[in-house]
Design a protein around this ligand. Structure first.
Ligand code: FAD
Length: 405
C-alpha cells in the first residue's frame, strides 16, 4: 500500500520503519522545518524495549540511555512513598531505561533514513478528507494535498485529525536537561523524586548520553500548576532554587547549571482518548489516540506498541478497515487499563489538595510493601500489567546480551 504517516515523532518513526519493512511505500510528514533533537527525559519500559528489540534497535537505545533499577520517592518526612523495583518483576536482568527523547528519536530517525523513507518537513497537516479509494492530507500554507491508500495519524496529543477536547490537566511540569554530577549526591540507578504532599514534586531522571562521546545527563523536573506558570516566570531564579533546595537540599550540587529561567521548559499534559480511533482509511495511534500524564512513564512505550500492533494487523488477511480495527483491538485493553491507572495514580503525586497525599502516605505506600504489592507495582511501572506483549507475540529482550560489548 501507499501509506502516509502524519507526525514524525516516536510512534510515527516506528510505524514508518515497520510498515516499510513489510513492503509498503511510506511517506512521513511533519510540521517541523527539520528533524531536530527536542524534549527531555522519558522512560523506556520493557514494553517499548520489546518493540525496539523486534526492530533490531534495542541495543542502540540502551547504549544511549541510563539503566534504571528503581523508582524512589520520599516525602518531606523522609518516608519512602514511591517505591518500585524492576527486580520485583522476577524477570532476571530486566530494568527500565531513562533516555533523552532526542536519543530515542535519533535511534529511530537514523534507521528510517537508512531505509530510504521520505520525510517531508514543513508540512503542517490541517485536515484530512476521504476519497473513493484514498485519504488525502491537506496542509497549512500549501495547496497540494497528498493522497494515500492509508493515513496513519501519529501527530501526538494535539493532532488536528483527532477530536479536539479541553482535557489538559491542571498540573504540568518544568523540565530541563543537566549534566550528571559525577560523584554527586544522586544514585545513577534510580529515578528519584521528592514531595511535599502532592502539591510540590521534584524529580531526577538519569538519561544517559546524547551522542557518542557526550557527557552523562539527567532530566530535572519540577511539578507546577498551569495556572501558576506566569507567576513562576515573574519570580526570580534564585527564589526558585531556594524552593527546590528547601525540598531537596542535595539539588544544591546541580542548580548552578541553571542560569536562566528559559532552561526550564513547561510541559502540560492532556488526559484523553477517544473511540473508535479508526475512520475510513485513517487510523490514529500513540498520543493522537490516547494521552495521559507521564506519572507512570508509558507514553513513548504505548506509541511503540501501537505502531507494532498496526504492522501486525496490516499483515493479516481481509478488508483494510477490518485490519485497522484489528490493530486497535490488539491494543484497546492495555490502553484502557493504563488510562485508568494513570488517572488514579496521578493525583497521589500531583494535586493541590492534601488528602490524596495523606491516602498515599498513610495507606497505599505502607500497604504496597506487603506481598504481592512490590510485584504488582513493578509490573504496573514496567507497562506489563494487562499482558500487552502476549497479545502482540512480543518477548522481552535479553538485557544481558544487549549490554554485552
Ligand atoms: C517536541 C516534543 C517534545 C517532547 N518531550 C517529551 C519529554 O521531554 N518527555 C516525555 O516523556 N515526553 C515528551 N514528548 C512526548 C513523547 O515523545 C510522546 O508522548 C510519546 O513519544 C508518544 O509519541 P507520539 O509519536 O504519539 O507523539 P509525539 O512523539 O508527540 O510526536 C508527534 C509528532 O507529530 C508532529 N506534529 C504535530 N502536529 C502536527 C501537524 N499538525 N502537522 C504535522 N506534524 C505534526 C510533531 O512535530 C511530532 O513530531 C515530547 C513530544 C514532542 C512532540
Amino acid at each position: 500500500m501507499d501509506i502516509g504517516i502524519a507526525g514524525c515523532g516516536i510512534g510515527g518513526l516506528a510505524a514508518a520503519l515497520l510498515l516499510h519493512r513489510q513492503g509498503h511505500h511510506v511517506t512521513l510528514y511533519d510540521r517541523f522545518p527539520a528533524p531536530r533533537p527536542v524534549g527531555s527525559g522519558l522512560m523506556l519500559q520493557p514494553t517499548g524495549m520489546a518493540v525496539l528489540d523486534r526492530m533490531g534497535l534495542a541495543a542502540e537505545a540502551l547504549a544511549c540511555g541510563a539503566p534504571i533499577q528503581r523508582l524512589h520517592g520520599l516525602n518531606r518526612e523522609g518516608v519512602a512513598v514511591l517505591e518500585a523495583d524492576y527486580a520485583d518483576l522476577g524477570m532476571a536482568g530486566v530494568f527500565g531505561i531513562g533516555i533523552h527523547r532526542a536519543s530515542l528519536f535519533d535511534v529511530l530517525h537514523r534507521a528510517v533514513m537508512a531505509a530510504g523513507i521520505a520525510i517531508l518537513t514543513d508540512h503542517q497537516v490541517r485536515v484530512s478528507t476521504a476519497g473513493a479509494d484514498s485519504r488525502r492530507l491537506h496542509f497549512t500554507d500549501r495547496d497540494a494535498a497528498a493522497a494515500h491508500e492509508l493515513v496513519v495519524d501519529c501527530m501526538g496529543v494535539g493532532s488536528p485529525l483527532a477530536p479536539a477536547g479541553d482535557s489538559y490537566l491542571p498540573f504540568g511540569a518544568l523540565w530541563c536537561t543537566m549534566e550528571w554530577p559525577e560523584d554527586g549526591p544522586f544514585d545513577a540507578s534510580l529515578l528519584e523524586q521528592r514531595y511535599e504532599n502532592a502539591g510540590k514534586m521534584a524529580g531526577v531522571l538519569p538519561t544517559g548520553r546524547r551522542g557518542a562521546g557526550g557527557v552523562r545527563e539527567f532530566s530535572f523536573f519540577w511539578s507546577l500548576q498551569q495556572a501558576d506558570h506566569a507567576a513562576w516566570q515573574a519570580n526570580s531564579l534564585a527564589q526558585f532554587k531556594a524552593e527546590v533546595t528547601d525540598l531537596w537540599p542535595q539539588c544544591d550540587a546541580v542548580l548552578d547549571q541553571l542560569q536562566s529561567p528559559e532552561q526550564m521548559v513547561f510541559a502540560c499534559y492532556a488526559h484523553r482518548s477517544f473511540a473508535p480511533p479508526v475512520e475510513d482509511r485513517l487510523v490514529h495511534i500513540g498520543d493522537a489516540w490516547h494521552s495521559a500524564s507521564p506519572q507512570l512513564g508509558q507514553g513513548a512505550n504505548t506509541a511503540l506498541l501501537d505502531a507494532f500492533a498496526l504492522s501486525m494487523a496490516l499483515e493479516s488477511e481481509g478488508e483494510l478497515q477490518h485490519r485497522l480495527e484489528l490493530a486497535i483491538a490488539l491494543r484497546r485493553n492495555h490502553v484502557r487499563l493504563y488510562q485508568w491507572l494513570t488517572a488514579a495514580f496521578t493525583p497521589l503525586y500531583q494535586s493541590a489538595s492534601a488528602w490524596p497525599a495523606m491516602v498515599r502516605d498513610l495507606l497505599l505506600a505502607p500497604a504496597s510493601r506487603i506481598a504481592p504489592g512490590p510485584a504488582i507495582k513493578a509490573r504496573l511501572v514496567a507497562g506489563l500489567a494487562g499482558s500487552p506483549l502476549e497479545a502482540l507475540g512480543l518477548a522481552l529482550p535479553d538485557y544481558a546480551a544487549l549490554r554485552a560489548p
